[in-house]
Ligand binder design. Structure first.
Ligand SMILES: Cc1cc2nc3c(=O)[nH]c(=O)nc-3n(C[C@H](O)[C@H](O)[C@H](O)COP(=O)(O)OP(=O)(O)OC[C@H]3O[C@@H](n4cnc5c(N)ncnc54)[C@H](O)[C@@H]3O)c2cc1C
Ligand code: SF4
Length: 316
């Protein structure tokens, strides 16, 4: 690990200002992703800004019936919160499908959204990877790509976003609240928060340098059967090959977001109009633009089947 300096931020504004103009600075929350990346020298910040002492660890009702989740709320606390379990079951289930109990005790809401891909070449510093070293090439294209993306891919990168929580947040129409170094605030819909890889796969979100996440806001609950199905190589402690987050209403309408298939949580609202017709009709629009590799073509069928199972489960 490279040497770095460390400070504890005294306020949200001070945290954002400390990171402004210094591309070598990083916020550290639970550290469960960042420290691994630092040990492997995939990320080499020279300055860490610890944001754990800022509060931001409460879950509060909003005036319009939704929930504001502080950026430092731990995954365990979010998954077990009474209102989340009752009204946002998809979020609770997605969180519990991720990582392990110990990791969830430490991992935060903001850190989870910003965790980096699990593409094996991203972690192997001997291999070209455009995400780690822009312009070096993509080893997964033409290489081992079983776990990689099938949709929204580019010629520069076919990585997936690994978060389970983010899939639920996308289906629930969450909004990410931030503060910029100049003190201005933004509310970024989850739909716009993560980027597709394009020619710049190293730029993963729309956050600007120093922009700090303060909370994630959920709109008022929409009811329905909320199901999270995660398909993985091991029954626990493994990232998704694919996952399906579905909210199905009694009349068969609903929402669906999919994980493990793209550089961001994948949701196509036009596909949701097909949900009453079933999984095949929905998946054919959801993954209409799929460009799988030979090794991960199976993901297209797997999404359809997992969605079919979710719809069947919702119907009881
Ligand atoms: C073995 C293992 C298995 C795992 N399995 C899964 C899994 O199955 N599913 C899953 O979803 N996840 C899984 N994870 C990932 C885990 O959920 C993430 O590591 C965790 O959520 C990251 O949160 P953190 O608070 O520790 O982030 P950190 O590591 O502290 O930070 C991650 C990034 O977020 C930035 N950041 C943090 N907070 C802010 C903020 N407020 N504003 C701006 N930037 C911020 C940091 O600068 C850093 O770049 C696994 C992790 C491990 C190690
Ligand atoms: S898919 Fe993306 S993360 Fe993986 S090797 Fe290619 S550029 Fe790197």
């Amino acid at each position: 690990m490279r040497a770095f300096t460390y400070e504890r931020a005294s306020s949200v504004e001070a945290a954002a200002q400390a990171a402004a103009g210094n591309r070598e600075a990083k916020f550290i929350a639970g550290g469960t992703n960042l420290l691994d990346l630092m040990k492997l020298e995939i990320e080499t910040p020279t300055h860490l800004i610890d944001v754990n002492g800022l509060g931001l660890d409460t879950i509060e009702a909003t005036p319009d019936g939704g929930l504001r989740i502080g950026a430092m709320v731990r995954n365990t606390d979010l998954a077990s919160h009474e209102v989340v379990r009752r009204d946002y079951g998809l979020l609770s289930r997605a969180l519990l499908a991720g990582a392990s109990g110990q990791l969830r005790n430490k991992a935060t809401t903001s850190g989870n959204l910003l965790q980096r891909t699990r593409c094996p070449y991203f972690y192997d510093t001997n291999q070209p990877c455009n995400k780690r070293t822009p312009g070096s090439g993509c080893s997964a294209i033409g290489g081992y790509s079983r776990q990689n993306a099938v949709v929204g891919v580019s010629d520069a990168c076919i990585a997936t976003h690994p978060s389970d929580m983010a899939i639920a947040m996308r289906a629930l129409d969450a909004v990410v609240e931030t503060v910029k170094p100049d003190g201005s605030k933004r509310a970024i819909p989850m739909a716009d928060f993560h980027r597709l890889p394009g020619d710049t796969p190293h730029i993963e979100t729309v956050l600007e340098q120093g922009e700090f996440i303060t909370a994630v806001v959920l709109p008022a609950p929409i009811g329905g059967k909320q199901i999270y199905r995660k398909v993985r190589d091991r029954a626990s402690y493994a990232f998704a090959l694919i996952s399906v987050g579905a909210i199905i209403q009694p009349d068969g309408t609903g929402r669906v977001a999919v994980g493990g298939v793209a550089h961001k949580p994948w949701r196509v609202e036009a596909a949701e109009a097909e949900l009453p017709k079933g999984a095949r009709a929905t998946a054919s629009i959801l993954l209409a633009d799929a460009r799988p590799t030979e090794q991960n073509r199976f993901k297209v069928d797997l999404v359809e089947r997992a969605l079919g199972a979710a719809i069947a489960e919702a119907k009881g």
